[in-house]
Design a protein around this ligand. Structure first.
Ligand code: C5P
Length: 412
């Protein structure tokens, strides 16, 4: 039999949410991997799962109240110093807020504040609470301080809603915890952090192509890789913004700390953008939206021969212009950024687009022949009402930073 992995010590913190029952499986999973586990619960958590369950699983006293264990007058310090990782699962919006503020009004939050080990939180809550700007700002504050976050899953929620906020499966949480134990973040927490100049701002980004169905298997689309939009989302999140990334189908991982809204068609992208942009400070439309879609998509596969009439001539209709629609309803102070990917007269076309679409900034770049699409570098000219700024060829991550800086300046 293979030996379990080294005996890491994990303090599991459980807070008051229906997903608390899944913490039993997390504790078991950590133990199966060879970890020693102790549990600390909030008072509210004990309403969902009785501490007796965790005492039976861990063979340890379960810590709840600050003054519960007279044999250990400074229980929060001994727990905090005992563990190699403090994993709070599930972590409620309330506890995320307390951690963000440094509140220490019960045993769990006091232990978290006193804990020199890495802290990992797995938030779980109703989708509207999860999307609430106050919660997202608090979570962003934790990430900035180096707290490890297990992003919530999307799906069916205990309250009956379907959306983001579900606790991921226990196995996935255990895997993240073991990763962190094997490769802990630097103990001195000297993470190189980007300047937090976008903290408090809400940024919406569209990315990737849209796909427009011809029938059940065929579609009209384009070569967009989504790299530029994903670089913008990652850059904005790293600089402290609350980011919603509305993405067509791409082969890229979601950047850390970004809420991704997956879409397929232009009309789905417009609907998601209209909702996300309501409270946005900056909206960047980096998606390569298909300008046209088949007018009569079939819901089955059209057959060569039998359906030649439908396949020989595919009637196309114009898709809505997402950028122009949003920019037309722009609030004062809201900044709208578009892209102009052209093969000819790039800057001139970008200037026309700036005016016709009522954008504040157009990023003009040349496409075709392996340029821009799918590449990691890009050469762009930024076009605003104040003039043009020709940038050198640079990695898309750097270009993203310049675009975000200019967008922020335009919003002042
Ligand atoms: O008009 P054109 O497609 O060249 O404009 C490109 C810019 O407009 C990009 O920022 C793109 O994301 C946006 N766009 C859009 N909806 C469309 C077409 C383009 O948002 N239907």
């Amino acid at each position: 039999m293979t030996e379990p992995s080294p005996s890491y010590r994990v303090l599991v913190g459980i807070t008051g949410c229906i997903a608390a029952y899944k913490a039993c499986e997390v504790v078991r999973g950590l133990q199966r991997a060879g970890c020693q586990v102790k549990v600390v619960m909030t008072e509210h958590a004990t309403r969902f799962v009785d501490p007796v369950t965790f005492r039976a699983l861990t063979h340890e006293k379960v810590a709840v109240g600050l003054f519960d264990d007279p044999s250990d007058p400074i229980h929060h310090i001994s727990l905090a110093e005992w563990c190699d990782l403090f994993l709070i699962v599930p972590c409620t919006a309330n506890v995320v807020a307390k951690l963000a503020c440094g509140l220490a009004d019960d045993l769990l939050s006091t232990t978290a504040l006193a804990c020199p080990a890495p802290l990992m939180v797995a938030p779980a809550m109703n989708m509207n609470m999860y999307a609430a700007p106050a919660f997202q700002d608090n979570l962003a504050a934790l990430r900035r301080r180096g707290v490890l976050v297990v992003d919530a899953d999307e799906g069916y929620q205990a309250c009956g809603d379907v959306g983001r906020g579900r606790l991921p499966e226990p196995d996935a949480i255990v895997a993240r915890a073991l990763e962190a134990l094997a490769d802990p973040p630097a103990a001195d927490a000297t993470r190189v952090l980007a300047p937090q100049d976008l903290a408090g701002l809400s940024v919406v980004i569209t990315a990737g192509p849209t796909v427009e169905p011809i029938d059940a298997v065929r579609f009209v689309s384009n070569h967009s890789s989504g790299k530029m939009g994903y670089a913008l989302a990652a850059g904005a999140a790293a600089r402290g913004a609350r980011v919603t990334l509305i993405s067509g189908p791409v082969a890229l991982d979601a950047p850390e700390g970004v809420q991704v809204v997956p879409v397929r068609t232009a009309r789905e992208m417009l609907e998601a953008a209209e909702e996300a942009c309501l409270g946005a400070n900056i909206a960047v439309f980096a998606a390569a939206v298909a300008d046209y879609r088949p007018a009569h998509p079939a819901d089955r596969k059209l057959k060569k021969g039998a359906d030649d009439a439908a396949l020989d001539h595919i009637e196309l209709v114009r898709n809505p212009d997402i950028l122009a629609t949003i920019a037309a309803a722009k609030r004062p102070g809201q900044v709208v950024v578009g892209f102009a990917a052209e093969t000819d007269d790039v800057v001139e076309n970008a200037r026309k687009k700036l005016a016709s679409k009522h954008a504040d900034l157009i990023v003009a770049n040349c496409v075709g022949d392996g340029v821009a699409f799918g590449q990691d570098d890009d050469q762009a000219t930024l076009v605003t009402a104040a003039g043009d700024e020709e940038l050198p060829l640079m990695p898309k991550a750097e270009l993203a930073d310049v675009i975000l800086t200019r967008a922020k300046e335009l919003g002042r």
